[in-house]
Design a protein around this ligand. Structure first.
Ligand SMILES: [Zn+2]
Ligand SMILES: [Zn+2]
Length: 278
């Protein structure tokens, strides 16, 4: 259920603060407009242009003009606090701020079944430790230890799939060297290459490509699919609490559109102003 607009001039006591990652659902809850139109203005007859409904200048996100009122709270420019909108991305994208965390999680999980790579007997005690400790530094140290342990495991204990090194490639690409630890001539590699037999018959040039190191590029859609499949019981091992954040929230599928009144000024040679309803 979406909260209706609430007055902000209510006195509240802040008892504690909990940080988390905004989920796509949270962004929708925070917003007052769903942005689906790429139009800025409706071309109205008579020359007076109006912000396009469901566009980024929609007045439900507030106004930037002195003589107009906000369509959400009906207040003017001075009193309206501004309201967010949201827009859905056509495809998931990596969040630049969470990119490092995304790579760390990928190093810790199986790139086939999404379970944390640790053996079942190790998971129990590490999970207990993760739940017990509260200090940031202790959590960071435990997270590092789990990451080091996972990086050493190449065969998944849950689905038997081969896992290798996960690395960042500039600017924002992720590569998985699945067979990094497998020796040449191993049946796993022979099986893997056999799927290219028909392709090789028709395209000899592929041979050169296949003989070099086999790498898989992980695109944001694949990573999102993996993160969605991480078992909830494994989340403490990634130092995440499902109540406040989930690994899938690290991949962006939706963006918050800032209120009109907080958008930055854009200086141009012709005129200066804000990128808002002018
Ligand atoms: Zn308002
Ligand atoms: Zn697996």
């Amino acid at each position: 259920m979406k909260d209706q607009y609430r007055e902000t001039d209510v006195v509240r006591n802040i008892l504690d603060i909990q940080f988390g990652v905004l989920s796509a659902q949270d962004m929708q809850q925070l917003s007052h407009a769903h942005i689906v139109s790429s139009e800025l203005y409706n071309s109205a007859a008579g020359g007076s242009r109006q912000p396009a409904s469901h566009g980024v200048l929609d007045r439900r996100m507030g106004t930037s003009q002195k003589d107009l009122t906000c369509e959400t709270c009906a207040k003017n420019l001075t009193d309206c606090i501004g309201h967010y909108g949201y827009l859905d991305l056509a495809r998931p994208v990596y969040h630049v701020g969470y990119f490092k965390n995304t790579i760390h999680i990928l190093q810790n999980i199986c790139k086939t079944c999404a379970h944390v790579l640790l053996k079942p007997k190790d998971k129990g005690s590490l999970c207990e430790q993760a739940k017990r400790i509260n200090s940031y530094l202790q959590k960071k140290a435990l997270y590092k230890r789990i990451n080091e342990l996972c990086k050493k495991i190449s065969l998944c204990a849950y689905c038997g799939a081969q896992n290798g090194t996960v690395k960042k490639l500039p600017p924002l690409k992720i590569v998985h060297e699945r067979f990094k630890t497998v020796k040449k001539g191993d049946p796993i590699l022979t099986n893997y290459f056999s799927q290219f037999d028909t392709a090789l018959e028709y395209n000899k040039e592929l041979e050169a490509q296949l003989s070099s190191n086999v790498v898989e590029f992980l695109n944001p859609s694949q990573v999102l699919d993996l993160f969605e499949r991480i078992p909830l019981a494994d989340l403490p091992l990634l130092c995440m609490d499902q109540q406040f954040s989930h690994p899938k929230d690290l991949i962006l599928t939706r963006l918050l559109v800032p209120p009109n009144c907080i958008r930055p000024s854009v200086i141009s040679e012709l005129k200066s102003g804000t990128l808002v309803d002018t």
